[in-house]
Design a protein around this ligand. Sequence first.
Ligand SMILES: Cc1cc2nc3c(=O)[nH]c(=O)nc-3n(C[C@H](O)[C@H](O)[C@H](O)COP(=O)(O)O)c2cc1C
Length: 230
Amino acid sequence: MKQSLKWLFFLVSLALATHGWGKVGEKGFIRLPNPAYDGKVSVEEAIKERRTIRDFGPKPLTMVQLSQLFWSAQGITDGRSGFRAAPSGGALYPLDVYAIVGEGGVEGLQPGVYHYQPASHSVQLVRKGDRRKEVASASLWQMWMARAPVIFVITSEYERITRKYGKRGIRYAQIEVGHVGQNIFLQSGALGLGAGIVGAFRDDRVAKGIGAPTAHKPLIIMPVGYKKLD
Ligand SMILES: Cc1cc2nc3c(=O)[nH]c(=O)nc-3n(C[C@H](O)[C@H](O)[C@H](O)COP(=O)(O)O)c2cc1C
């Protein structure tokens, strides 16, 4: 009896915890699963094993993995101050994170471009359809990128930081994106995934491909997925 009650409790908790994932809610926002704050891979191991991966297998990511990757990039890690996973000059947070999800790229999520909303740990669908090839060809035809189930694009809205720091704010935003990129690299490794990084692309074509507002200037692109096994 006790055992069956335990199971019932477990199933109800699971249903409550997963309720709403991948579903479009208010303002078109999609709630992401809560991030985990522990894992099985040490930070030392993740650093040691980190490599730029350019060969991806077709296995899709889960919503839990997608959520964790967004959180590592720009998730709020202190609810009181609103401070995030990566440092930011003056805590002005000029960066935005987009994920291009390919056809069958994430279980339970339609292909499209999703814009991360740190305050609600949710995403907003900004463009429908599989945009991976569009962004890969805009990246000097680095078509390997299009085989990753998910491609992150990090943009900067410089005005948020130059307003306070003038031209130096541009440098600050560009330093900040390096922190975000390394977080995505290490989190990918900790999840058993691999990530690549791409700086060679046509800014205007990538921005168009992800449907970003003109103020959001793409800085780095990071394809993520399972490493292809030989
Ligand atoms: C700012 C930046 C831009 C990069 N751009 C590209 C790129 O366009 N295409 C690519 O295949 N690799 C790119 N890389 C990855 C480097 O080639 C890679 O980091 C380097 O070869 C060292 O390998 P590792 O990352 O596995 O240690 C870039 C890396 C950085 C930091």
